[in-house]
Design a binder for this molecule. Structure first.
Ligand SMILES: Nc1ncnc2c1ncn2[C@@H]1O[C@H](COP(=O)(O)OP(=O)(O)O)[C@@H](O)[C@H]1O
Ligand SMILES: [Mg+2]
Length: 196
């Protein structure tokens, strides 16, 4: 194959991957919004779940020299939820934290519980998000466009999916961010909404 042919194949393959991701994400959103996921709940251990997701992203973080750690809190934290969907929430947040951080950053993930709620936090030392953009980031297809983010690919659907899943589990999501310092997403699931 010539260099030119290789380049065309590479571009075609990248395009197919991003279209597959887009259709997968659109399907996820419509499934969640149709309320179907509520029928498939099971008892989850959030500690095991976030550790599994952190391990899944270990190579990607290493490749950018990002230190990805799961903070020790409790040995196990149980809640009722849809496994695939809660994994998707954590996966999206860690993947964003890696993609929107420069190399050498730090990402800390943890879960914790109080008497009335269970919490998941993903915190990074990445690019951060300007105040005026923060209120839009959970909207479908919204992506921040500036010099740091323009070369990073994405569909703008990830956080819309995260928010729909959290709300389908009666939870709430909050974000705090400072440009040049980092971003922290916190999710709260009230215990009154699920009994184990
Ligand atoms: N951890 C983060 N740090 C900085 N910016 C972020 C972070 N997570 C999300 N963003 C911003 O929010 C936008 C929307 O995120 P998302 O819905 O996951 O879409 P995508 O990652 O496909 O662009 C991103 O394009 C990015 O600008
Ligand atoms: Mg994303």
């Amino acid at each position: 194959m010539t260099e030119k042919q290789k380049e065309i194949l590479q571009r075609t393959s990248d395009r197919i991957k991003s279209l597959t991701k887009l259709s997968g994400e659109l399907l996820d959103l419509s499934k969640i919004e149709s309320g179907l996921i509520n029928q498939e709940r099971e008892e989850l251990d959030l500690i095991a779940l976030i550790k599994g997701q952190a391990e899944f992203y270990r190579d990607k973080a290493d490749a950018k020299s990002i230190l990805l750690t799961v903070k020790e809190t409790k040995k196990e934290i149980h809640m009722m939820g849809n496994r695939i969907n809660i994994e998707e929430v954590v996966s999206n947040l860690i993947s964003n934290a890696i993609r929107y951080s420069p190399s050498g950053g730090q990402i800390t993930v943890w879960a914790d519980e109080k008497s009335d709620c269970t919490k998941i936090v993903v915190s990074d030392t990445g690019f951060g998000i300007e105040k005026k953009e923060l209120e839009h980031i959970f909207k479908r297809f919204f992506r921040v466009k500036n010099e740091t983010t323009r070369y990073i690919n994405g569909t703008g659907l990830g956080l819309a999916i995260v928010k729909s899943i959290v709300e389908a589990h009666h939870g709430t999501i909050e974000v705090e961010s400072e440009v040049g310092k980092g971003t922290c997403f916190s999710i709260y699931f009230p215990k009154s909404e699920y009994k184990i």
